[in-house]
Write a protein of this length. Structure first.
Length: 181
């Protein structure tokens, strides 16, 4: 099952797409709302719920899976792999907790987003570029639960030229990862 295939639509969505997620270095992965079925072809991608590094997930360096959130590291430039993975874990924890709180207060929320952050020489997030799934609650949830925590991340100081991190996230009704051996 692909990363995009881990989310199932909980209600009909008419003629539009429910989740639109740009997959790093490949074409768009789409999940249609026709009866809650996956339309993404079967694959051997692995998404794990453990905090151990997941390698070999198509196009991703690391994937952090939580009960209501999946955050995937699409790319890290000028940042140590261990540091980037720790940042993804922190974002996944924060996104999961925030989505849980929002669901308690206003009902289920679902969405997807891609965030690219430039890291300055001091290690702070200098600028971000965000793409958000066009759902009713996606934008506010993405800003509060994903973009704001991302802007608060700090990294070790280093040369600012070309340093950055790109992540993709899904939240809401997330299917459990496939059972492994």
């Amino acid at each position: 099952m692909t990363l995009a295939g881990t989310i199932r639509g909980s209600r009909g969505c008419g003629s539009g797409m429910r989740v639109l997620l740009r997959v790093a270095s490949s074409s768009l992965a789409l999940l249609a709302c026709g009866g809650g079925r996956d339309v993404v072809p079967a694959s051997k991608d692995v998404v794990s719920d453990s905090r151990a590094p997941v390698q070999g997930t198509e196009g991703y360096e690391y994937v952090a899976h939580r009960p209501l959130a999946i955050v995937a590291l699409a790319e890290a430039r000028g940042i140590e792999s261990v540091t980037a993975r720790a940042a993804v874990d922190r974002l996944a924890d924060r996104l999961d907790a925030c989505v849980t709180d929002e669901a308690r207060n206003s009902g289920p929320v679902e969405g997807a987003a891609r965030v690219i952050a430039q890291i300055d020489a001091a290690g702070a997030v200098a600028a971000t570029r965000v793409r958000i799934d066009p759902g009713a609650s996606s934008a506010s949830t993405a800003v509060v639960c994903l973009v704001a925590p991302m802007k608060l991340l700090t990294f070790p100081p280093g040369a600012a030229d070309g340093r950055g991190i790109a992540i993709e996230a899904l939240w809401g009704k997330v299917a459990p990862p496939p059972a492994g051996p």
